[in-house]
Write a protein that binds this ligand. Sequence first.
Ligand code: FA5
Ligand code: MG
Length: 395
Amino acid sequence: MFKARFSALSILDSCFYRFSTACSKSLNQYFLADGTVLVMDNAFNVPRSILSKIGKQLHTRNDHPLGIIRNRIEAYFAKSRFLDQGSYFFKCYDNLSPIVSIVDNFDNLCFPSNHPGRSPTDTYYINSNHVLRTHTTAHDVSLMSSQSFIHNGKFITIGDVYRRDEIDSVHYPVFHQVEGVCLFSRPELSFLDKKYEKISSIKVSNIQPEHINNQRNVELVVTDMKREIEGLMKNLFGHDILFEWIPGEFPFTSPSYELEIILNGKRLEVCGCGVLKNSILEKAYGKYHDSSIAWAFGFGLERLAMVLFDIPDIRYFWSEDSRFISQFSENANNNFDDFKPIKFVPLSKYPPNIRDLSFWLSGNAKALDFDHNTVYEIIREEASDLVESAAIVSI
Ligand code: FA5
Ligand code: MG
């Protein structure tokens, strides 16, 4: 049995909900606002509600909480590194198309052919060869290998990403990520060696075979990555922020880590990161590339903004209600040195109007012969953002 909880965020609402299949495949072309024509095939599985979010570019709106936090992250990474090696900056890309090839999203990033992330139950397919990017990491190889992007292997990428996922206050099928990549040339590694001479570098496991003879380099790069990310956390949330590094696992990094921040005793995963696999650098730069090693990370912007502004539910970011956006406008113009985040105030003086709805799925549910993400999507498609959470109550 499934139980779905509905709560209107800004209006009192009482509707009767009908559940049916979500997505119409009657057209084989779809025109996006920017003029892109998507030619669909049988793999197409993107519902209307998701298509309507493409191109909204919330992260580029200076007055939107996602835009405010993105500006702060960009400012943090805009500082120069390796000053005595010549100044390098993290270049920022925020306007790359969210429609990417499966080569960019999966193959180039060493996802095995049977990885669950490739499944249409997890990923939105436009056609057999194109998906809505499931992470901003999808751009890493093409940005690194492209001649037309000049960034010295140090860049951040910000954009909307799409995943068929569960329904609760910290998951939404469209969210935003910021990716960071920092590639080290050999002179830069010597510079790191000096920089961290007095700091005992981190002991690492899961070192890639290609790095086994250069363990010190891996330790330096992981030390540098963790310091950058911790610096960002302190810059955003203040020096008292509590966090913990835990081991992670991604097909494209080794070693890999995740960062959890701890707030009021609760843990929230905000970031995945690690040392990019050497085979990925080879794809981008060729087998005999001179740049030896790179770190990379990916943050979920909504999760950071929820903590910074005390926003209790991820659905708010898509609110068109001016009472939501206008709350943050003062922060849009804040000087970053004396930034005091505005704390979110609920839009309505009325408490949420909550309805619980239970329903049964027919078929052999005991054998789990249904896909959970598909059920979540049908619920979302029919009930829109009124649905607050959905969970299996019994099987
Ligand atoms: C990734 O997406 C990796 N590409 C991150 C990475 C980049 C690792 C570079 C190594 C090197 P993950 O699936 O854990 O990892 O997602 C990263 C972050 O996105 C999470 O920590 C979380 O903050 C956020 N996130 C993930 N799923 C959702 C969701 N459905 N709704 C909102 N935020 C989400
Ligand atoms: Mg994760």
